[in-house]
Design a protein around this ligand. Structure first.
Ligand code: NAP
Length: 499
């Protein structure tokens, strides 16, 4: 497996190939600035070649029995397990999150491989009674064709597996364009797919900018499905462009997730959940908590307990097992996060801790930001409404559960929410009235399991879900087959008087 080579290639039609231009772009370690590798700076011609390879491979792959396709995914699961530690270290070097989190990222891929491998013997359709004698009907799932997977950098293995594995087990072929900040993890995953026995051309990977490689995929007539995860801004663009050729599009986009802490909450438990959800992955999870909506009766106590815990979080290189919070992904993201500190202050929020770029010692080599807490945040402030995607948390005070739920729902995003309370009646209310795709009771906003549907509402998604059985839907087309064995013309759904 390729771990040390400095220059990497696209994988198209079973062959490793450089960009036609010969140009490359560097992949940086955000903790140190070190260059990890150089990747092909591809464009439209490489994207077109990858789609052609996937289109050609589709004719055979769709005819491979689904249980056999699933067996390849089982082998992928075994290989991911064997290489887990190495993959986790590669991922930490390339995107910064701490090792226990990158191990978790690979584990999601393992779980998804086994789950979707099992789908090879399910892929449930259904049959129901038909209204005429000597006739049957069955609804089955067909693969659709070439799936373009466009993925972000924050879960560089997990998210590609959420897209590729259901697409593959259903009989589709794939072109993946991973985020330019995390090409190596995606490349390693593709290597593993081929080591597991995937036929040539069934998965193709093309590196390069969203603005060229991604655009080419959105506009290619032979791409049938676009599965995109990334920012809401890019997702909206993807939806508009892909709609022009009526592609099926699945979008998983931004979040502005909240933890609600009511006056009867176990505060110590809530603090554990808030710390993990807000500062884990340096706040760069789509499900990261960036708002704490707290009842006024416990606001002061919560902040007093939370602040020392935030200040104890250890910043540093994620390869160091004693580090809690790694770097943010790149310099422009660091600037964006810092700009929100200025925005928050200008809006009148109170900066309680953090709020600065970390430049102490070794940290100066990377993109580190001190874990930040704002209090006195109003629900309509930009701090409370816009996705920052960094270690910045806002505390919003409310007077009741009704107000807490209203503030939670007053967001253009709708991915994940959490509520801390001991009262079963309040739990039931939250379950009924909170309008996000995921809700945690007495736990933080992160920690989705792959056997359940994952996704969100409003600006977070466009109605599709990834993972679980629901994750198959976007990659299959329903086909209903009626068999009439009566030997005569029978007319269904016609008024009896016409028969
Ligand atoms: P991004 O900038 O939108 O990029 C996502 C992917 O889209 C990258 O591969 C990017 O390529 C590509 N892209 C950019 N412009 C494109 C275009 N014009 N046409 C086609 N593709 C294009 O997002 P990100 O910064 O990588 O990821 C962070 C965002 O993802 C956050 O908003 C986060 O909430 C969201 N996210 C959501 C979920 C979820 O499941 N809801 C999960 C994880 C992350 P380049 O890298 O080459 O620019």
């Amino acid at each position: 497996m390729t771990t040390t080579a400095k220059e990497f290639q696209n994988h198209i039609g079973g062959k490793w190939q450089s960009a036609q231009s010969g140009k490359t772009f560097p992949n940086h370690n955000p903790a140190t600035g070190e260059i990890i590798g150089h990747f092909p700076l591809s464009g439209k011609s490489e994207a077109d070649a990858a789609v052609a390879a996937a289109r050609s491979a589709f004719d055979k792959w769709r005819l491979v029995p689904a249980p056999k396709r699933g067996e390849i995914l089982y082998r992928v699961g075994e290989l991911l397990t064997r290489y887990k530690e190495d993959l986790a270290r590669t991922m930490t070097r390339e995107m910064g999150k701490v090792l226990k989190e990158t191990r978790g990222d690979v584990q999601e891929g393992i779980d998804m491989a086994y789950y979707m491998g099992g789908e090879g013997r399910r892929l449930f359709g259904y049959t129901v009674p038909v209204e005429l004698p000597n006739k049957s009907g069955v609804a089955t799932r067909d693969p659709i064709g070439v799936v373009a997977c466009i993925t972000p950098w924050n879960f560089p293995i997990a998210i590609p597996t959420w897209k590729m594995f259901p697409a593959l087990v259903a009989g589709n072929t794939v072109v993946i364009k991973p985020a330019s900040d995390t090409p190596l993890s995606a490349l390693r995953l593709v290597e593993i797919l081929y080591e597991a026995g995937l036929p040539d051309g069934v998965v193709n990977i093309v590196f390069g900018p969203g603005g060229t490689v991604g655009e080419a995929l959105l506009h290619h007539p032979d791409v049938a499905v676009v599965s995109f995860t990334g920012s809401t801004e890019s997702g909206r663009h993807v939806a508009i462009e892909a709609a022009k050729s009526l592609k099926r599009v699945s979008l998983e986009m931004g979040g502005k997730n909240a933890v609600i802490v009511l006056d009867d909450a176990d505060l110590d438990l809530a603090i554990e959940g808030i710390l993990w959800s807000a500062y884990g992955t340096t706040g760069q999870r789509c499900t990261a908590c960036s708002r704490v909506i707290v009842h006024s009766a416990v606001r002061k106590q919560l902040i007093e307990k939370l602040v020392p815990r935030i200040e104890q979080l250890r910043l540093g290189n994620g390869l160091d097992e004693t580090v809690d919070v790694g770097p943010v992904i790149n310099a422009s993201q660091l600037d964006k996060i810092h700009s929100y500190t200025g925005i928050g202050k200008a809006e009148g929020a109170t900066l309680v801790t953090g709020g600065s770029i970390a430049r102490e010692g070794e940290l100066a080599r990377g993109h580190f930001y001190h874990p930040t807490l704002f209090a006195d945040v109003r629900p309509d402030m930009r701090l409370a409404q816009e996705e920052i995607f960094g270690p910045t948390l806002s505390v919003i005070e409310v007077a009741s559960i009704e107000e807490a739920i209203a503030v939670n729902n007053d967001s253009k995003f709708g991915l994940s929410s959490a509520i801390y309370t001991q009262d079963i009646n309040r739990v039931q209310r939250a379950m009924r009235d909170i309008t996000s795709g995921i809700l945690y009771i007495n736990s933080g906003t992160t920690g989705a399991e792959i056997q359940f549907p994952f996704g969100g509402n409003r600006g977070t998604g466009n109605g599709h879900r990834e993972a679980g059985i629901a994750g198959i839907d976007v990659f299959t087309e329903w086909k209903v087959v009626y068999t009439d064995y009566s030997g005569k013309l029978q007319k269904a759904q016609i008024d009896q008087s016409e028969l």
